[in-house]
Design a protein around this ligand. Structure first.
Ligand SMILES: [Zn+2]
Length: 358
C-alpha cells in the first residue's frame, strides 16, 4: 500500500509530539503575564496592551542584530527578580509548551541575571524548579504530559560561568540536566570560559554552547574542539565550511560525530543570521545528514511556537511530516537525558504520534 503524502494543517501540526532543546525561559513569557507582573513592581513597559506588546517584541527584536535582539530582554528580566515572578513564569512556561504539543523540552536561563531582587543563584534555581514542577503536574493533570529539563546558562560577557557550572553540578539530581553559555557571541569567545567547561567534563555533565550565530567557523571550532560541547546552539554558520555539498574538516566532524545543531529559523531571521525560511540552512543541513533539531529560541521575542516553526518549514521550505519526525527524533536522541529515558520517550510518546498521521 502506498502511503498518501498529506499536507498537514496547523491542527495536525499542533498535535504532533515535539521536542525542543533550545528555548529561553526569559524569552518566552506570556505577554499578559508580563504586563501584570510589571504592574506589580512598577516597571514601565513599551505598552501595557498584551497584543501590542507581543507585536512590539517581534518588531524591536527584528533589527537584524543579535545585540539589539538581546536588549529586548530587559523587560522580561525585570519581572523575574523575585521568587513569585519566577514561580509563575516557570509554571506557565511548561503549560505553554504542553499546549504546543511539546512532550520533551529543555528550558534554559541565566540565574545570574535574576539576582537583582536579592535572590541567590541557588534560590533562583530552586524557584524555577518549583515552578516547572507545578507546570508539569498541571500539564499531566490536563492530559498533556510534558517533561522539562533545565539548562543553566552562564553569560559569556561576564565572569560567573564557573559559579553557574557549580550550580549545574549541585542541582543535577533536581532536574538540571546541563549547561550553556549565552549572550553576545561576537567578541566574547567560548574558550574564555574553559574553566567552567573543564569542570563540567570532570563531573561528567553535558553542555551546549551558543556558536555560529553572530560569529562564524572559529566560534564553532572553539565550542566543539576546545570546549567540548556535545551540542551547538544555532550553528547555522557551519555552512561556511560546506562548498557545493562538500564538507570541510569541521563540518565533517560535526556531522559525523552527531553533534546536534539546535536550529531556530525565525530567531535567525530576526538577528540576520539567515535571510528567509525558504533558504534557511536548516533544510540543506538536514538533507546533508547533520543531526538537525528544530527550536523556538524565544517564543515571545520571536513571536513563535514549535507549531509555527513547523508550519513555516512545511509552507515555505517543502518539509513533510517525515522531515518533522526526523528532527524530533534527532532532538530526543540528543536530549541531555539518560539513554534509556530517551528510548522510552521515543517509543512511548514520539513515534506513536507520528505514526498516527501517516
Ligand atoms: Zn538562544
Amino acid at each position: 500500500m502506498t502511503v498518501p503524502r498529506i499536507t498537514p494543517d496547523t491542527d495536525t501540526l499542533r498535535r504532533l509530539p515535539k521536542a525542543v532543546l533550545h528555548d529561553h525561559l526569559d524569552g518566552g513569557l506570556r505577554p499578559a503575564t508580563l504586563v501584570e507582573l510589571a504592574d506589580t513592581i512598577g516597571h514601565t513597559l513599551p505598552t501595557t496592551d498584551p497584543d501590542e506588546l507581543a507585536a512590539w517584541y517581534v518588531e524591536a527584536a527584528g533589527s537584524g542584530d543579535l545585540v539589539r535582539y538581546i536588549a529586548t530582554f530587559e523587560h522580561t528580566l525585570a519581572v523575574m527578580q523575585t521568587r513569585e515572578g519566577l514561580l509563575r513564569t516557570a509554571e506557565e512556561y511548561v503549560l505553554d509548551l504542553a499546549a504546543d504539543g511539546v512532550v520533551y523540552g529543555e528550558v534554559r536561563y541565566a540565574p545570574e541575571l535574576m539576582t537583582k531582587g536579592g535572590l541567590t543563584l541557588s534560590e533562583v534555581v530552586e524557584a524555577v524548579q518549583e515552578g516547572l514542577a507545578a507546570g508539569m503536574a498541571g500539564a499531566a493533570a490536563a492530559g498533556t504530559p510534558v517533561r522539562v529539563g533545565t539548562l543553566l546558562c552562564g553569560m559569556r560577557m561576564f565572569d560567573r560561568t564557573r559559579e553557574v557550572a557549580d550550580m549545574v553540578v549541585a542541582f543535577r539530581d533536581a532536574g538540571v540536566v546541563g549547561f550553556d553559555i549565552a549572550g553576545a557571541e561576537d567578541g566574547f569567545p567560548a574558550a574564555d570560559h574553559l574553566d567552567a567547561f573543564e569542570h563540567l567534563r570532570r563531573e561528567s555533565v553535558p553542555f551546549t554552547i551558543h556558536a555560529g550565530e553572530a560569529h562564524g567557523l572559529p566560534s564553532i571550532h572553539q565550542a566543539v574542539q576546545l570546549c567540548g560541547a556535545q551540542r551547538i546552539g544555532h550553528g547555522v554558520r557551519i555552512t561556511e565550511d560546506i562548498v557545493d555539498g562538500e564538507l570541510g574538516r569541521l563540518a565533517g566532524w560535526v556531522r559525523d560525530r552527531r553533534i546536534a545543531l539546535e536550529m531556530c529559523p525565525t530567531s535567525n531571521l530576526q538577528t540576520g543570521a539567515a535571510g528567509s525560511i525558504a533558504t534557511h540552512p536548516v533544510t540543506a543541513l538536514k538533507d546533508l545528514g547533520f543531526r538537525v533539531t528544530l527550536n523556538t529560541d524565544n517564543r515571545l521575542v520571536s513571536g513563535t511556537t514549535m507549531t509555527r516553526e513547523m508550519s513555516l518549514l512545511v509552507e515555505q521550505a517543502g518539509w513533510t511530516v517525515e522531515d518533522l519526525r526526523a528532527v524530533t527524533v534527532n532532538a530526543v536522541k540528543s536530549a541531555f537525558l539518560p539513554f534509556d529515558e530517551r528510548n522510552a520517550l521515543l517509543r512511548d510518546m514520539v513515534l506513536p504520534g507520528y505514526d498516527s498521521v501517516r
